[in-house]
Design a protein around this ligand. Sequence first.
Ligand SMILES: Cc1ncc(COP(=O)(O)O)c(C=O)c1O
Length: 420
Amino acid sequence: MLTQKESQYNDYNKYLLNTYKRHNINFVSGKGCYLTDEQGTEYLDMLCGIAVTGFGHNHPALVDAAQQQINKLWHVSNLFESDLQASLASKLVLGTGLSSVFFCNSGSEANEAAIKFARKYGKGRSTIITTLGGFHGRTMGSLSASAQYKLWDGFHPLTPGFKYVPFDDIESVLHSIDKHTVAIMVEPIQGENGIIVPSKGYLKKLREICNEHNLLLILDEVQTGIGRTGKLFAYQWEDVLPDIVTSAKGIANGLPLGAVICSEKVANEVNPGMHGSTFGGNPVSVAVANEVIDLLTEDVLKRINGIGETIKEKVLSMRSPLIKEVRGKGMMIGIELVDKVKAADVCSKFLDGGVVSVTSGGNVLRLLPPFILTKKDVDFFIETFADILNSYEYLKTEIKVDKKADRIDNVVQFVSNRKA
Ligand SMILES: Cc1ncc(COP(=O)(O)O)c(C=O)c1O
């Protein structure tokens, strides 16, 4: 029998399925915006467990909520009423203007439920239009909704009933609608596909199309939601009301929880026995989620937006020809790099410099920092990034300042004008 230490370090890959390309770092604790590995090295966490720990690690109010609940009650099933669930559901309903909530455990499950609810609403109409490059999860339904060949490889047959259109393309949506269509399902910003922000008014146009054709508008806010873009949900940047919003990731700051928030007309189609989950809405997760929503005050949302803008401006003002584009909203930021600089290599260099980040689709460095990031943390990130970009000095003569870099100059100009 191996000791725990031996099994942890020597045989890591022997006992775990090879589903992830993991970094060789074992984090053992976290406080605020920082993680600590077993050697005691600290890292600034600009990843937040992929848009999950928005309020950082070990947040006192969240630890307290979890501890209190863990000492009281862990699990009873969804066969009984729960004040905690009712309280969280009412906050989500008030925060969205929708009608009622189903709790599950993850983003994929939330999207599975949304797909089922939409089909039930359709009464025979079952096709859902989703977007190329979109990501909705890894379970068969949510995977089939995620139009990315690399995710599908080896898993056919997919669940039928999805049609795929380019993201941010209204004409293609209009061409795809037929008598079988019941819903349009999109991410307000494509997260896994490289932080792709659609044109202003995209969601509004989708809403109009849905109204015209009696379709449901399903917004996957698993990554964009719970304050990440500087609003409770990203769709609130536009004047629209979806029929279904799915949420997970940040909702319980790291404990597993998913939520499907539905309009009245969808809720009216849902009956006992039609859908369910053993663990969904677990009391400990829900106790923490209640605190998370309370912590997301207007001031905090403004702060998220402000710090996000500061990060973008500071990255742009580095005027690096190695950066093609900086995009995103609030604290969901994508930095597209030129082809010669691989985002994955930049992430590794960030780790060496004490910063945790991640890549996204294309050649994009993705930043999903904690909402409690300070100016000092931002400066540390920028200094580390500058050092990394300097390590590619040898490339600078090779990379001509192209049109996009020119555009960056314009943006920098715009930013400095605004400050002046
Ligand atoms: C937009 C979106 N939807 C769904 C999911 C799947 O969520 P989960 O991994 O919790 O199943 C993700 C995860 O990255 C996501 O970003």
